[in-house]
Design a protein around this ligand. Sequence first.
Ligand code: CP
Length: 297
Amino acid sequence: MFQLRTLEDLSATELDTILYEAGRFAAGEMANETINATVANLFFEPSTRTKVSFEKAEHELGLHIISFDAATSSVTKGETLYDTVKTLEAIGCNAAVIRHPEQKYYEQLEGVTIPVINAGDGAGDHPTQSLLDLLTIQQEFLFFQNLTVVICGDIRHSRVARTNAGILRKLGARVLFSGPAEWMDDTITEGSFVSMDEAVRTADVMMMLRIQTERHDGTADWTKEEYHARYGLTENREAAMKPGAIIMHPAPVNRDVEIADRLVECSRSRIFKQMANGVAVRKAVLTHALKLKEEAK
Ligand code: CP
């Protein structure tokens, strides 16, 4: 059964197929197939882009959508995640999209028989964000081989950094990191650190990250202004970027902290294109998951 917990769940062929189909959805070259199935969206952490783009994708595919509200559900009476998903499965849901603050929450769901699509697990992974990031880079450069992608900022607390670093390296890109030394994560960043000034000179893609204050346990070491000057993508740094280099950010964006306000919508920015690609990628993932489930019957 298809599961998308991390990108490791996808074979190379599945990754290619999903990116190809997402690209066709994004270009308006692929008609929406109506799928007669029910999908439950369970968001135990706040979300705008991921939640809304899954809902939009589900609407466009003609799916029946169950928007599960954790705050008014029996989770508040102590029902476990496993029992919650088993209940939705028993009631007739054919797939579950789940965002949860606990890293690897999906390990609790071994006995679930419907596809689970991870919409973000704590500081773990965010596979559909990575897929839309890959699509955005592919639309720009066609290939990943030998591209230099610099991931900048709060690496340690970012599920986007972890998932993207792994898949981009696998696809042949050179992945570097920049930001405060205490926010690096040796498991992915060791030997790949560059200063912000070096980053902008070498990057084909500057991938900026939000400071994940909700995952920090202390007070901030910098004011917003200090952080921006030391580690942010300032207008002066943008001016030193290579011709053709692009700026990405998974958003939400802290304007004038990790990126200058004016750069969010500048000609190099692909931030809103990433969001639009999110709908196409999620349509491709849902189509793949639900078709495989139908074929397995
Ligand atoms: N990029 C992203 O996951 O945004 P949301 O938290 O708004 O879904």
